[in-house]
Design a protein around this ligand. Structure first.
Ligand SMILES: [Zn+2]
Length: 236
């Protein structure tokens, strides 16, 4: 008897040995992806479910906005360059909205007109008020209205408000505390870094938010306690 070719599974056959071995194919190995396919599909479906549950929780009946949303790129800080009070009342987002209406800053967004160009206003007493929705483009910094605009009420410029006639002439402690908390929240929400936080004057020919605005202090604090990827920024 001729020796069987190596790997030939046959022992007895009426065919010539070499031909028989050619006809017998070894069983196809079960590929790993076939055995893993079912759990992989189940995992993908459950992840999809969790994803849609989050979209439903975050956007509610406006879930489709998730598909069209545009993400802001960072934050620009402003001051109103005005007194913090008007007619004995705190100057607030409604008053700024009224002022901006005269400057034709109007934007119609989901059925409502917003004149105010900022996304947030921080009043002299530290109250944070919403302006435009975060998803809407701003009207606060030329060519950078895809950034969120935050405006502190007051005039922090020693050139524009040398004698401090307009108060607050520098941001109050309550305004700074509110600003840092707000920016920190936005950094976490949109994954901004400290280098995504600007003053208006960093981007445009303006003094805004004035030389009395302690940008270094704000940036330093955000670098320590802000977004987990952030480092301390060196801008002055
Ligand atoms: Zn400004």
């Amino acid at each position: 008897m001729l020796p069987l070719p190596a790997g030939c599974p046959l022992r007895v056959t009426n065919l010539p040995m070499s031909e028989a071995c050619q006809r017998v194919k070894p069983p196809a190995p079960v590929r790993r992806w076939q055995t893993n396919l079912v759990p992989a599909v189940l995992l993908a479906l459950s992840l999809l479910n969790v994803g849609w549950a989050w979209v439903g929780y975050r956007y509610g009946r406006h879930w489709y906005r998730f598909l069209f949303r545009s993400r802001p790129r960072g934050v620009v800080i402003h001051h109103t360059a005005s007194d913090g009070w008007r007619d004995g009342k705190l100057l607030d987002a409604a008053a700024i909205d009224h002022d901006h209406a005269a400057r034709d800053f109007g934007l119609k967004y989901h059925g409502r007109v917003y004149h105010i160009g900022y996304h947030y206003v921080i009043l002299a007493d530290g109250t944070v008020q919403p302006g435009r929705p975060e998803e809407a483009p701003g009207a606060h910094t030329t060519a950078h209205n895809d950034y969120l605009g935050i405006c502190l009420v007051g005039n922090f410029s020693s050139a524009g408000n040398p004698d401090g006639r307009m108060q607050p002439a520098r941001p109050t402690e309550k305004q700074l505390t509110a600003l840092i908390a707000l920016v920190r929240r936005l950094m976490d929400k949109y994954d901004f870094e400290v280098s995504d936080i600007y003053r208006h004057r960093d981007l445009d020919q303006t003094e805004c938010p004035g030389d009395r605005f302690p940008f270094q202090q704000v940036i330093k604090e955000l670098g320590v306690t802000g977004n987990r990827r952030s480092g301390v920024d060196s801008r002055g």
